[in-house]
Design a protein around this ligand. Structure first.
Ligand SMILES: Nc1ncnc2c1ncn2[C@@H]1O[C@H](COP(=O)(O)OP(=O)(O)OP(=O)(O)O)[C@@H](O)[C@H]1O
Ligand SMILES: [Mg+2]
Length: 173
């Protein structure tokens, strides 16, 4: 099994389920980069991801805070979720502050919206999830997801594909 792993969803709740399945695979130090245009569904993904880690309370786009830290619930594979939105940051230094070693020390996973901007700082070892809206002018709620893993994720394509097995593949009816 190799990258990319591709899936589609047809509703926000299906996107949350896909994200939750990925969240349960995560280990301390993992970085997930979300790439996609305004309204693609990055924050919806983050909500499903956080819910699967037992984060209590609402997860909103951290656009104005840049980074939010959440304590995960009992039974979560990691202790903390760091949710970042780097859309408004001009500085790669801020992104680099989310250093991988610290993530492991803090028993955290990082989920980064507008992750393409974070690739120079964090992309060497990350799961990059690209969200797209195949029919932006229509009323469809379809979203496509293309996932590529690098570094510590490079060998995990099979694991990701298996956990997403119940989620439909690209081009499904
Ligand atoms: N299959 C789907 N998956 C996710 N969201 C969907 C889907 N279909 C429709 N939507 C809608 O698309 C919107 C996605 O908004 P969201 O805030 O998650 O986007 P975003 O990528 O975080 O945008 P921004 O860059 O502005 O933060 C929501 O209104 C959601 O209800
Ligand atoms: Mg958002």
């Amino acid at each position: 099994m190799s990258w990319p792993v591709e899936r589609t969803t047809d509703s926000p709740s299906a996107t949350k389920e896909l994200a939750g399945r990925l969240a349960r695979l995560c280990r301390a130090g993992d970085v997930v980069l979300l790439v996609g245009d305004l309204g693609a569904g990055k924050t919806v993904f983050a909500q499903g991801f956080a819910a699967a880690l037992g984060v209590p309370g609402p997860v909103t786009s951290p656009t104005f805070a840049l980074v939010r830290h959440y304590r995960c619930g009992a039974g979560s594979p990691v202790g903390n979720l760091i949710h970042a939105d780097v859309y408004r940051t001009g500085s790669l230094d801020e992104i680099a502050d989310l250093a991988l070693a610290e993530l492991v020390e803090e028993d955290s996973v990082a989920l980064v919206e507008w992750g393409d901007m974070a690739v120079p700082a964090l992309g060497e070892s990350a799961l990059e999830v690209t969200l797209a809206v195949p029919d932006p002018l229509g009323s469809s709620e379809r979203r496509t997801f293309s996932m590529v893993g690098r570094g510590c994720w490079a060998e995990r394509a099979g694991e990701v594909a298996a956990v997403l097995e119940p989620v439909s593949g690209r081009g499904a009816p």
